[in-house]
Design a protein around this ligand. Structure first.
Ligand code: AP5
Length: 231
């Protein structure tokens, strides 16, 4: 069983890489953003509460997100990769407590390190499928037919929170509230840092190398700096 967190700024490629890991390792992809967007689309109480925060580029309050994500984790006994959660120290501590109650712990936290200028370009060019959640980019990861999803032919859309002003707000929120988790997980010996400024295939190789090096769910991860020279 693999229990991993992908940590990184908005647009760092968490969703893109998670989709690949899920195919390769048969684990669940638990994306807090995707779950919240689904709740919004369904008009649930949680979705309505989350809406204004998301549109402003702010974080949804911890109590709402923690409960939602712990439920998703419980429903994933074969392992998972967490995408977008935890995002505050409070969420990280709640996750640690919930896992240790069941005698478990995370295997690794992988930090996708990307420059802010690259982030802005990635997010302004992102297009998503509202039906299956597939993610494309108008230059870097083009669909086979421009504007339509490869999997189900649905017209692709731009996320409302990918407008430049909201992206800038999300980056500020990230640096203030989420970036400190890098030090938190480093101090626990769980952190792996990956240079994720390069193309998705290169980043994929770097991630798989880390995951395959874990050597079992209970092996303690040590902090490593990713060597770019050999991919
Ligand atoms: P969420 O959906 O989690 O957004 P995010 O973390 O801001 O991440 P993104 O989905 O924007 O980016 P990503 O890293 O997945 O990048 P992607 O792979 O798409 O959260 C949205 C909102 O929900 C938050 O603002 C907040 O309000 C709320 N929320 C969610 N979780 C919460 C929590 N835990 N607590 C409180 N509130 C929460 O890639 C981006 C683009 O780049 C794509 O076009 C892709 O094709 C392209 N790309 C990817 N990798 C590469 C590469 N290596 N090279 C070139 N292009 C690439």
């Amino acid at each position: 069983m693999i229990r991993i967190v992908l940590l990184g700024a908005p647009g760092s490629g968490k969703g893109t890489q998670c989709k690949r890991l899920v195919t390769q390792y048969g684990i669940a992809h638990l994306s807090s953003g995707d779950i919240l967007r689904k709740e919004r689309a369904q008009g649930s109480q949680l979705g309505r509460k989350a809406q204004a925060y998301m549109d402003r580029g702010e974080l949804v309050p911890d109590d709402l997100v923690i409960e939602m994500m712990l439920q998703a984790i419980k429903a994933s006994p074969k392992g998972y990769v967490l995408d977008g959660f935890p995002r505050t120290l409070g969420q990280a501590i709640a996750l640690d407590n919930a896992l240790s109650k069941d005698g478990g712990r995370l295997d690794a936290v992988i930090y996708l390190d990307v420059n802010d200028t690259i982030i802005e370009d990635r997010m302004s060019g992102r297009r998503s499928c509202p039906t299956c959640g597939a993610v494309y980019h108008i230059r870097n990861l083009k669909p086979k037919k421009a504007g339509f999803c490869d999997h189900d032919g649905t017209p692709l859309v731009q996320r409302p929170d990918d407008e430049l002003e909201v992206v800038k707000r999300r980056l500020i929120t990230y640096h203030e509230q989420t970036r400190p988790l890098v030090d938190y997980y480093r101090s626990k010996g769980l952190l792996y840092e990956v240079d994720a400024n390069d193309g998705a295939d290169v980043v994929d190789v770097r991630l798989r190398r880390i995951i395959e090096g874990l050597g079992g769910s209970n092996k303690k991860a040590s902090t490593v700096a990713e060597d770019r020279s050999d991919v």
